[in-house]
Design a protein around this ligand. Structure first.
Ligand SMILES: Cc1cc2nc3c(=O)[nH]c(=O)nc-3n(C[C@H](O)[C@H](O)[C@H](O)COP(=O)(O)O)c2cc1C
Length: 257
């Protein structure tokens, strides 16, 4: 009987195994892709509802998201635009494309985003009377190790925070990663962004003095994660400031967006 120990047979078995495994892996990747995309989209919707303070875990996300209308804002004018289709717009890709973004540097880039896209998605929720109820804005910027991507929600006054959340970041679990801690996120709702047209909201080092004059604008810093806290403060202030969504929010309040 022929031996099974020959180099030829070993290589044949190894090659066959490689082919079978690669077919299995690539089939799984192709078959599971639509499901992955669906889960990604659901997760994004869950995060948007959560920032609006509207997420009810006992209800379906799609059902709740039906209240949200997705629009596109031209950040250069603060006005709505139909230059891109919100359902197909890849904002992250646009922010890296020189044709769809502007280069930022130095003082103009406190959130360290390097490029700012011309167009941003925004999410609006109306109440049952059809009036504007919540505004949810995408935000991103650099922490200590990574760019944090998330949403901040505002009441219809475009000043009172309804919630904040980051769906992607690479900060250290237990330190900067505490941006995901529900107790810390719960400090945000009710805080005021602006005073006299100036962005006043900030994450401070340490704990907020509730009796302090600026308490309504201040958020406790994350213990042992001053650099991530500063990053979050910078990116929130940037996106709510005059280079971010402030012109849009002012237009929206005046009914001129
Ligand atoms: C392994 C390691 C991971 C760290 N991760 C973070 C982080 O994710 N965010 C952060 O702000 N600081 C992080 N730090 C701490 C910073 O280096 C820095 O000491 C800290 O931000 C200072 O915050 P504090 O003034 O509140 O102590 C990390 C430190 C080490 C050694």
């Amino acid at each position: 009987m022929a031996s099974n120990d020959g180099i030829g047979k070993t290589l044949t078995v190894a090659l066959a195994l490689c082919i079978v495994c690669s077919v299995v892996v690539s089939t799984a990747a192709v078959v599971l892709k639509p499901e992955q995309e669906r889960n990604k989209s659901l997760d994004m919707k869950r995060n948007i509802l959560s920032a609006a303070g509207l997420l009810d875990e006992s209800q379906g996300v799609e059902e709740q998201f039906a209240r949200v209308s997705t629009k596109v804002v031209d950040l250069r004018t603060g006005e709505f635009t139909d230059a891109v289709d919100p359902a197909r717009y890849d904002q992250r890709k646009a922010s890296k494309d020189p044709a769809q973004s502007v280069r930022l540097a130095g003082e103009d880039d406190p959130a360290k985003i390097i490029r700012k896209e011309h167009f941003s998605l925004v999410y609006l929720v109306n109440n049952e009377q059809g009036q504007l109820d919540k505004i949810i804005l995408p935000i991103h910027g650099y922490g200590l190790w990574s760019t944090l991507y998330g949403f901040i929600g505002l009441e219809a006054d475009a000043n009172t925070v309804t919630g904040i959340g980051f769906y992607e970041h690479g900060e250290t679990a237990g330190l900067g990663g505490e941006v995901d801690n529900p107790r810390w996120k719960n400090i945000w709702p009710g805080k005021k962004v602006y005073d006299d047209g100036q962005v006043e909201i900030e994450v401070i080092k340490g704990s907020v003095d509730p009796a302090g004059a600026s308490a309504e604008h201040q958020i406790d810093g994350l213990a042992g994660a001053t650099l991530t806290s500063r990053g979050v403060s910078n990116l929130v202030r940037y996106w709510l400031g005059e280079s971010g969504f402030e012109p849009f929010l002012n237009n929206l309040k005046r009914g001129e967006a």
